[in-house]
Design a protein around this ligand. Structure first.
Ligand code: UD1
Length: 378
């Protein structure tokens, strides 16, 4: 069976690593894994570092799309992906998450009648101002195989008219919907010990024996308006000045660019701003942090996987299980409420982290279902 794994942004490279590993270890003689990188992320520390560290095979093709407005970026990808799919003629196109690379590839594939398998299907924020929400909806509704990480995802799909009990043969009009568990959890378990052994990030950042709070911010809804970005940095600053915790901020290139553009750099003087981290460094930092503040879907979950409290710097989350467990909370509005929540999480960290995200064997489950699908097709 020939599959094209299409990735483009940092979190997709991480998710694809788990599938590639399962194929290499178990399904090498049954599945041919062709990796296509759209080039949406191109900086070494946003892309190459993940391939190297996680031992993912070098992409068979890199489309070199790079940055542009959402429409231009997506349009360029659609055009190039069509050429690639014509060249490789895969049985299934495997897509991850909700980026513009996911959107573009789902459109190219469905227009060519190539079945799409969507990993991380069914997630919804119910906020269409997020580009990711549009991307997810289009991809789910173009897919023939939908792999939802959570029961909430399954319910969302059901509410949009997907049947959970469809029978083969599967098509985009009669898709198969599975509860697969979360593929990121596979990696979080697999790489934790290795990362702790190989990464020296704590020493490098001079954080040994120091207590710190790890922060990441990159969502358009948080970065594109100066007032909102300022509010977030002021909240980070309030923790840095009112506690003895260091606030560490690995900064996404877009967030960095906008902070400069909006003249907000002066607000960062109490915050330890660093370059984006590799996956191994990030794992080690997450494990050593006392608290995590983030607007990233992936980092929210990694906080949960490593039993760390998390404040989600948004008004909503797709990962409502984290809220249900009491392991995380949405960002309170005022600075006072915010610092009070930080104190509560630091002084009384949550202790319950039920297994909402599967058993760490999601990649294997997905490979089995891909092979089954291929059997029905032939
Ligand atoms: C994208 C995804 C988002 C995901 C995130 C992970 C979409 C709509 N968004 O957001 O869902 O959570 O990746 O990081 O697809 N840039 C660089 N170097 C890079 C990549 C980006 O400098 O290697 C800068 C450029 O200024 C670029 C900007 O970041 O214009 C935006 O990059 P883009 O990939 O379009 O979106 P992200 O913000 O990374």
């Amino acid at each position: 069976m020939k599959i094209c794994n299409i990735v483009g942004a940092r979190p997709q490279i991480i998710k694809a690593a788990a599938l590639s590993r399962a194929i290499k270890e178990i399904y090498n003689s049954q599945i041919q894994d062709i990796i296509i990188h759209t080039g949406q992320h191109y900086d070494i520390n946003m892309s190459d570092v993940f391939f190297n560290e996680m031992g993912i095979p070098t992409p068979t093709e890199n489309l070199g799309i790079g940055s542009a407005s959402h429409s231009i970026q997506t349009a360029r990808m659609i055009e190039k992906i069509e050429e690639i799919l014509l060249k490789y003629k895969p049985h299934v196109v495997v897509l991850y998450g909700d980026t513009n690379s996911t959107l573009a590839a789902s459109i190219s594939a469905i227009k060519m009648n190539i079945p799409v398998a969507h990993i991380e299907a069914g997630l919804r924020s119910f906020n269409k101002k997020m580009p990711e929400e549009i991307n997810r909806i289009v991809c789910d509704h173009s897919s023939t195989l939908l792999f939802s990480p959570t029961i909430t995802g399954l319910r969302n799909l059901q509410n949009e008219g997907f049947h959970l009990d469809s029978l083969p043969p599967y098509t985009a009009d009669n898709p198969a919907v599975y509860l697969s568990g979360d593929i990121m959890y596979d990696n979080s378990i697999f790489y934790r010990d290795k990362a702790v052994k190989l990464s020296n990030v704590i020493e490098r950042l001079e954080l040994k024996d120091k207590k710190f709070i790890l922060t990441t911010i990159h969502r358009n809804t948080n970065t594109d308006e100066p007032e909102r970005l300022k509010e977030i940095i002021e909240k980070m600053n309030a923790i840095a000045t009112s506690t003895n915790y260091t606030v560490v901020f690995p900064i996404h290139p877009r967030t960095k660019k906008l902070i400069k553009e909006f003249d907000l750099t002066f607000l960062l003087k109490n915050i330890k701003v660093i370059e984006p981290l590799s996956f191994f460094d990030m794992i080690v930092m997450e494990n050593a942090a006392s608290l995590i503040l983030t607007d990233s879907g992936g980092v929210q979950k990694e906080a949960y996987f490593y039993h760390k409290p998390c404040i989600i710097m948004r008004k909503e989350t797709e990962w409502i299980e984290i809220l249900q467990a009491g392991a995380g909370a949405l960002e309170p509005q005022t600075i006072d409420e915010f610092t009070a929540l930080v104190q509560r999480f630091i002084n009384n960290p949550p202790s319950k982290f039920p297994a909402y995200f599967g058993d760490g064997q999601t990649a294997k489950f997905i490979c089995e279902k891909l092979l089954l699908f291929n059997k029905y097709q032939s």
